[in-house]
Design a protein around this ligand. Structure first.
Ligand code: NDP
Ligand code: 8X3
Length: 251
């Protein structure tokens, strides 16, 4: 039977690359994000019969509830929820950041993920099959200057994924947390408030991960045999490692 994946944040980056990969492997897609025009383009590109689109904001619980109610019957059996929508805002030190930006990251990366998971899970448990795949980050395990709230939201995704596994023991539901490092998408453009040049500078002279790299890892975790649960995948580009710890040397 054709399987269905619901992807949050499908309008760009990892979500879009995952949509392209899953549909090419015969999956049906529910694609979401705030940018309706991009969702429509994707639907045109990937095929109307296999793709349902829904534009909404994951921070808005009522919109999430309405979206789930409106899923057409033929897309109703969701096999994978890919909780991918997320963002980082700013890279300043904690004492200088904008509190609204912190709140936005918490609302998107934590509360959005919670709304989606809590509302989709019961049907998976009832069917005794399903897979929740969350987008964490290396920032959820490893601190760096300016990572502050972003990293903490990804630590939430990591620990929530583990706790979900504990709750879901015996249900057949799988849970995976994907933890990428430096990857080039719209992520840094968003992080730097739309400053495309500043974002491009971050990747200068590096060979970052690509959205296609991450989509392949997501697809791999999803296509393991049903008795295999990949708990987490931490992945960096070869050019990145743990070399950025700050040492305050007294002169
Ligand atoms: P992009 O900025 O390219 O994509 C982010 C996606 O999230 C977009 O489709 C955006 O859609 C969606 N989104 C953001 N806010 C909301 C919201 N409030 N409601 C609904 N959708 C939203 O970034 P990436 O593809 O790189 O990032 C995807 C995930 O991976 C994020 O969770 C990110 O934190 C994580 N990640 C990214 C890394 C990187 O270096 N790129 C590394 C590790 C993790 P729209 O704007 O249309 O709403
Ligand atoms: C994004 C990767 O290293 O910028 O999650 O935090 S990093």
């Amino acid at each position: 039977m054709t399987k269905t994946i619901l992807i949050t944040g499908a309008t760009s980056g990892f979500g879009k690359a995952s949509a392209e990969l899953f549909v090419s492997n015969g999956w049906k897609l529910i694609l979401t994000g705030r940018r309706q025009d991009r969702l429509q383009e994707l639907q045109e590109q990937l095929g109307k019969t296999n793709v349902h689109i829904a534009a909404f904001d994951v921070r808005n619980r009522q919109q999430v509830e309405a979206m789930i109610k409106d899923i057409p019957k033929e897309f109703g059996n969701i096999d994978i929820l890919l909780n991918n929508a997320g963002l980082a805002l700013g890279l300043g030190p904690a004492h200088e950041t904008d509190l609204d930006e912190w709140e936005n990251m918490v609302d998107t990366n934590i509360k959005g993920l919670l709304y989606m998971t809590r509302l989709i899970l019961p049907a998976m448990v009832a069917r005794k099959t399903g897979h929740i795949i969350n987008l964490g980050s290396i920032a959820g395990s490893w601190p760096y200057p300016g990572g502050n709230t972003y990293g903490a939201t990804k630590a939430f995704a990591q620990q929530f994924s583990r706790n979900l596994r504990a709750d879901l023991a015996g249900t057949g539901i799988r849970v995976t947390n994907i933890e990428p490092g430096l990857a080039e998408s719209e992520f840094s453009i968003v992080r730097f408030g739309g400053d495309v040049e500043k974002a491009a500078k971050l990747y200068e002279g590096t060979e970052p991960l690509t959205p296609a790299d991450i989509a392949e890892i997501i697809y791999w975790t999803a296509s393991r045999p049903a008795h295999v649960n990949i708990n987490a995948v931490e992945v960096m580009p070869v050019c990145q490692s743990w070399g950025n710890f700050v040492i305050d040397r007294k002169k």
